[in-house]
Design a protein around this ligand. Structure first.
Ligand SMILES: Nc1ncnc2c1ncn2[C@@H]1O[C@H](COP(=O)(O)OP(=O)(O)O)[C@@H](O)[C@H]1O
Ligand SMILES: [Mg+2]
Length: 278
């Protein structure tokens, strides 16, 4: 548990957020319905929901990539475009630039910020070292394993020292061993840097071992279906957390709450795939 949260200021505030998409035939589809949420400075919040429920849409609204149809997002009490805090974003996709070596991928954001070559290479080198990627500085992304590429993506975001980091299912396609190792690294980084993290996942276990608080979204249009404080002590050792009776109880409680939505999501996915194949 993050003991200090009670005294912390609100970092990010979502106020009555709704969002609709219009499809190619002009039909409107409501993805998010009236979500309000306050996230504290230094809090680790996981947002969990079934596939297609609107998680990425909500995250993109939170970090300013997508303008909501209704409602507002405040960072440190200001509209996102006026906010002074730095934002980091790690998406589901492998976003490394294939023509850049590891070190130049890590330094990319710093280059865009206009940092000197000396400074950006020094920051990138340090991060490469602390994340166990020494010796791979001059490799191209295709020469790395999936887990290593993810690490490069994470340290590229960290290089700019963001106050708030948004992560959209960052470890989705990885095997469980690599995933556990990277989750442990995220916890270490977070405990050192004290950033605010908003972490999207459909993996309930992942949400429990990482977060201070879990926000459970309903199926579309996404609303907040339930909220859970995670009372596991910190620092956490991920493999050990999973044998804790509290973990198992909370996992079951969340699963029981979400399973009907998962069924609906699966039926819809099945229906959409069947339509495509007609
Ligand atoms: N740019 C878009 N245009 C139209 N529909 C979209 C767009 N992005 C997402 N959607 C739809 O909005 C719903 C929610 O999508 P998304 O937020 O990606 O869900 P999740 O991340 O939970 O899987 C889905 O039905 C998806 O097909
Ligand atoms: Mg998504």
């Amino acid at each position: 548990m993050n003991e200090n949260l009670a005294e912390k200021a609100v970092k990010l505030s979502l106020q009555n957020i709704s969002h609709s998409y219009t499809d190619t035939s002009g039909q409107s589809m409501e993805a998010i319905n009236n979500i309000s949420l306050n996230i504290k400075d230094g809090e680790f919040v996981a947002i969990v929901g079934s596939s297609g429920c609107g998680k990425s849409t909500l995250l993109n609204i939170m970090c300013g990539i997508l303008e909501p149809s209704q409602g507002s997002v405040l960072l440190d009490g200001h509209a996102l475009r006026n906010a002074k805090s730095k934002i980091g974003y790690i998406s589901q996709m492998d976003t490394l630039l294939p023509w850049r070596r590891v070190i130049k991928n890590v330094a990319l954001g710093l280059e865009i910020e206009g940092k000197s070559k000396k400074e950006r290479l020094q920051i990138a080198k340090e991060l490469i070292e602390t994340s166990g990627l020494s010796g791979f500085e001059d490799k191209y992304p295709f020469e790395l394993s999936g887990g290593m590429r993810k690490r490069v993506i994470i340290i590229r975001a960290l290089a700019q020292n963001p106050d708030v980091i948004f992560m959209d299912e960052p470890f989705g396609p990885l095997d469980i061993f690599t995933k556990t190792m990277l989750q442990q690294e995220i916890l270490k980084i977070w405990s050192e840097h004290k950033n605010t993290i908003i972490y999207i996942t459909h993996d309930i276990a992942e949400a429990i071992v990482l977060a201070d608080r879990i926000i459970l979204l309903s199926y579309r249009p996404a609303t907040i279906k339930a909220e859970y404080k995670v009372e596991l002590p910190r620092p956490r050792i991920i493999e050990e957390c999973k044998y804790n009776p509290y973990f198992l109880e909370l996992e079951k409680e969340i699963w029981d709450t979400i399973k009907e939505d998962v069924k609906i999501a699966q039926q819809e996915e099945f229906y959409n795939n069947a339509k495509k194949n007609i």
